[in-house]
Write a protein that binds this ligand. Structure first.
Ligand SMILES: Cc1ncc(C[n+]2csc(CCOP(=O)(O)OP(=O)(O)O)c2C)c(N)n1
Length: 443
């Protein structure tokens, strides 16, 4: 199918739109004292050199402009209001190019990540999505940005939607292992990448428009700089989402023992109240649960981030519980990850910080083991097998509440008892295997 966007059309617009609202990028740039001109030049040069080396096979290297909205109130005061300065000769119209691309897109996709959460302009996400009628996938700290039933929100069909996209706008998250390093984005798709780290722009997947900028600020400016006529793209993506969901249903309803990971995830999703904070500390089981567990509020999901640093669960959870003492804090655990920092339950008990861990115990580091099996075969799986250990009794011994569950119908009651105990609790659920995560990347 021919692309609706011609590179020539886009390029010719680069310097033509000095008077559009997106040129407010320029005053923001001019007001920033944190970055000297030399520093900006150095970053830009470094990004271009790296990009050329990494993406010779790919599309045009990223170009940066420098809208930047620091969060500190003092700096915000210093920057506002933007005075009407002439547009920057360098990069000031890149935002306009992004608006033009999105306005003409037939199959746009937005991906929004953690930097969105920290943006003072984050509410602009809604106006942006409405302006361009764009399906949106959330990751990391942006989970909860859209309500689970929002018609613009999707989470099951990202690979399929990306594979058909003609323009992808990615805000505040890198093309890391969680996004398959951008490999699902077709080579002829145009990528708009907005990030506060210029080194991230164009990393792993080239970008046609790179904006070194605050995610929310760019959304706000894009929302007023263009619009896209709604076709049936949102409906098409909804159909992909439903089709994927339907394929999951048999495993979600399975009464197998050991318990199917999708059934575990569904029971967990049903048990987690809307006001809960959800912390993730696990490999495949977290990847599976993330497809079903709803996040209702921004800032209520914490995960190991772009480096996949396991062991963060107890520390994150204790902090979350101290910050929100009146609502429950869950850790979704793999047994392997519990092995890294599980003894922090002692710290929770000692300091009376009642967090509840729900563990999908498959007696393995499955995310690593899966890759080993694919690469080396079933008889060469070094150091990734564990035992179905009773970690719940260890938590009991430390003074917490612990339960072991083998029957899928008992997951919810056990979680409810754990919450009611008022103690740090671990619900240790024996789970089996599934092909659901086949082909996913691990780190
Ligand atoms: C600190 C740290 N060490 C090692 C890894 C590599 N790693 C990724 S997934 C994984 C296995 C996790 O096992 P588990 O928590 O039981 O989840 P499962 O994949 O079995 O569902 C490991 C060791 C990592 N991401 N972080």
């Amino acid at each position: 199918m021919p692309l609706p966007l011609e590179r020539r059309t886009v390029t010719s617009r680069l310097c033509s739109g000095a008077a559009t609202s997106l040129c407010t990028f320029a005053p923001w740039q001019a007001s920033i004292e944190d970055y000297s001109a030399a520093e900006i030049g150095r970053l830009e040069a470094a990004a271009e050199v790296r990009s050329r080396a990494q993406h010779r096979r790919r599309l045009a290297p990223p170009q940066l402009s420098h809208a930047f909205a620091p969060q500190r109130a003092e700096t915000r005061r210093r920057l506002a209001p933007p005075s009407p300065l002439p547009p920057s000769p360098r990069g000031a119209c890149r935002g306009e190019e992004a608006a033009a691309l999105l306005s003409k897109a037939e199959r746009p996709v937005a991906i929004v990540g953690t930097q969105w959460f920290f943006s003072p302009y984050r509410d602009s996400l809604h106006a942006f999505l409405d302006a361009y009628q764009t399906p949106c996938f959330l990751n990391g700290g942006a989970r909860g940005a859209l309500r689970p039933d929002d018609h613009r929100f999707f989470r099951l069909c990202r690979s399929k939607a990306l594979a058909q996209a003609d323009v992808v706008a990615i805000f505040g998250t890198p093309w890391d292992f969680r996004l398959g390093y951008g490999s699902k984005v077709p080579d002829d798709c145009f990528v708009i990448q907005v990030d506060q780290d210029p080194q991230t722009i164009g990393h792993n997947r080239g970008a046609q428009v790179g904006l070194h900028a605050d995610a929310g600020l760019v959304m706000q400016q894009l929302a007023s700089a263009g619009a896209r006529k709604a076709g049936d793209w949102l409906a098409q993506v909804r159909a992909m989402e439903s089709e994927r969901y339907e394929r999951m249903v048999p495993e979600m309803n399975s009464s197998d023992t050991p318990i199917n990971p999708l059934r575990f995830s569904k029971e967990l999703a049903d048990a987690i109240p809307e006001d809960a904070t959800i912390v993730c500390d696990g490999g495949d089981i977290v990847g599976t649960a993330a497809k079903l567990v709803n996040v209702h509020n921004p800032g209520h999901w914490m995960d190991p981030g772009p480096l996949g640093t396991l062991g963060v669960g107890p520390g994150f959870a204790m902090a979350a519980k101290l910050a929100r003492p009146n609502s429950p804090v869950f850790i979704i655990y793999g047994d392997g990850s519990f092995g890294l920092n599980g003894f922090e339950f002692e710290a929770m008990v000692r300091q009376n910080i009642p967090v509840i861990g729900v563990m999908g115990n498959d007696a393995a580091w499955t995310q690593i083991r899966r890759g080993q099996e694919e690469m080396f075969g079933a008889d060469r799986l070094p150091a990734t097998g564990l035992a179905f250990t009773r970690y719940d009794t260890i938590v009991q011994a430390m003074g917490g509440h612990g339960e072991y569950v083998e029957d899928p119908t008992q997951i919810r009651p056990a979680i409810e008892r754990g919450l009611a105990s008022g103690k740090p609790a671990l619900i240790n659920v024996k789970i089996g295997t599934s092909n659901f995560r086949k082909g996913s990347i691990s780190v």
